[in-house]
Design a protein around this ligand. Structure first.
Ligand code: UD1
Length: 339
C-alpha cells in the first residue's frame, strides 16, 4: 500500500516525502513539474536512501489520475499540488480556480471510485480571513481577500461534503501558517520562480546580493512595530505534522481540521533582525505601502493539533533562518544549480 503525494516535487510536498519515507511509508509522487522540480525528487532519494515512485502528471487530468489509481494500491492521498501565489491568483483567477479546485475534485473522485478512504489536504490559514487572533479551527471563516484563498476554502468544503457522503472516509484539513526554512542538509528548499512573492525567499536573495533591498509592505499596521505579524513554522515541523495527520486518518473517520502553526507571531522586522543575527549579514530594507489583501496579524491557536495529534512546532525562528540561508547558499539558482 502506498501514499500518493501530489505536488511531491514542490516545497512542502518534497519535505513531507522525506518525513514519510523516514517513517517507513511507501511514497508515490504525482507532479506535473510546472512549479516543482525533478531534482527535488532525486534529492529526496539522496537524503532518505529510498526512491519514491514518480508519475509526471497533472492532477486535473482525470484520465491520467484514473490510470495511476488503477495501476497502484493507494492507501492514502496527501494533496499538495496547487498554485499558491496570491498576486497571481488575482491576475489569473480562472487558472487558480481550475487548477486548485478541479484538482481536488478529480482526486476525490478517484478516491471514491477506488475505495481510498484517507485524504490529507493542504489548506491555509488564509481561510480565516481577518478574524481575531489566535485563529481557532472552530471559527466562522471570513471570505478570503483573493482567489487563492477562495480555492482553499472551496476545496475544504468539497472534501468535507465528500467525507460526509462516503462512509469510512477520513479527511484531515491542515491549515498551514507561514512555512519557512529548508531541510537541514541544504538539499531541499523553496525554489520560487522569478521575483519571490513571499518574505523569506526575498530576504535570502537580498542576502545573496541578487536583490538590492527588501521592501517591507506597510509600517503602519496595528502591531508593536507597525509591520505585519505572522506565525512562522519550519517546513520540517510542518512535514512531521503531515505524518501525524496521516496516522489520524487511519483511526478516525470523519473530517478533522488542524492548524499547523507555532502559536507565536513575529513581525517582519523581527524576522529580518533574527536573520541578520544568525547569518551576520545586514539586510537593507525600505518600508513601502501595504500590499493589497494583507492582514495585520495572523497566528494560530495550535492547541488542537497538540491535543489530538500530539504534534507541536519545535524549531525556532533562528533555525528557520539558518536553514533557509544554507539552502540559498548551496543553491544560488535553486534547483537549476543542481547536478
Ligand atoms: C501568503 C498567503 C498565504 C499563503 C502564503 C504562501 C494570504 C493572506 N496569505 O501568506 O495564504 O499560504 O502566502 O504563498 O493570502 N512581506 C514584505 N515584503 C515582501 C514579502 C512579504 O514585507 O517582499 C510581508 C507581508 O506583508 C507579510 C509577511 O511579510 O506581512 C509575510 O508575507 P508572505 O511571506 O508573502 O506570506 P503571507 O502573505 O502571510
Amino acid at each position: 500500500m502506498a501514499i500518493l503525494v501530489t505536488g511531491g516535487a514542490g516545497y512542502i510536498g518534497s519535505h513531507t516525502c522525506v518525513a514519510l519515507l523516514e517513517a517507513g511509508y511507501r511514497v508515490i509522487i504525482a507532479d506535473n513539474l510546472c512549479r516543482g522540480s525533478a531534482k527535488a525528487i532525486k534529492r529526496i532519494e539522496c537524503i532518505t536512501g529510498k526512491k519514491p515512485a514518480f508519475y509526471c502528471l497533472d492532477v486535473t487530468d482525470a484520465a491520467a489520475v484514473d490510470g495511476l489509481f488503477a495501476a497502484n494500491k493507494i492507501d492514502s492521498v496527501l494533496h499538495f499540488a496547487g498554485f499558491k501565489a496570491v498576486g497571481e491568483s488575482v491576475a489569473k483567477p480562472l487558472l487558480y480556480y481550475y487548477n486548485n479546485v478541479v484538482g481536488t475534485m478529480v482526486l476525490a473522485g478517484a478516491c471514491q471510485k477506488y475505495g481510498v478512504q484517507h485524504f490529507v489536504y493542504s489548506s491555509s490559514a488564509t481561510v480565516y480571513g481577518p478574524n481575531k487572533v489566535p485563529f481557532r479551527e472552530d471559527m466562522l471563516l471570513l471570505p478570503a481577500a483573493n482567489p487563492y484563498g477562495e480555492t482553499k476554502a472551496i476545496s475544504e468544503r468539497i472534501l468535507t461534503d465528500a467525507a460526509k457522503a462516503n462512509k469510512g472516509w477520513s479527511v484531515v484539513l491542515l491549515r498551514y501558517f507561514n512555512p519557512l526554512g529548508a531541510h537541514e542538509s541544504g538539499l531541499l528548499g523553496e525554489d520560487p520562480a522569478g521575483v519571490p512573492s513571499n518574505l523569506m525567499p526575498y530576504i535570502t536573495q537580498v542576502a545573496a546580493g541578487k536583490r538590492e533591498r527588501l521592501y517591507i509592505f506597510g509600517g503602519d499596521y496595528n502591531t508593536p512595530d507597525g509591520t505585519g505579524v505572522r506565525d512562522y513554522i519550519h517546513v520540517m515541523d510542518l512535514a512531521a505534522g503531515h505524518v501525524r495527520a496521516l496516522e489520524k486518518t487511519k483511526s478516525s473517520p470523519g473530517v478533522h481540521i488542524y492548524n499547523l502553526g507555532s502559536g507565536v507571531g513575529y513581525s517582519v522586522l523581527e524576522l529580518v533582525r533574527t536573520f541578520e543575527q544568525v547569518t551576520g549579514i545586514a539586510i537593507p530594507y525600505e518600508i513601502t505601502g501595504r500590499r493589497p489583501g494583507d492582514i495585520d496579524i495572523c497566528y494560530a491557536d495550535p492547541g488542537k493539533a497538540y491535543r489530538e495529534l500530539g504534534w507541536k512546532a519545535g524549531k525556532t525562528l533562528a533555525e528557520m533562518c539558518r536553514d533557509a540561508w544554507r539552502w540559498q547558499q548551496a543553491n544560488p539558482e535553486g534547483y537549476a544549480t543542481a547536478e
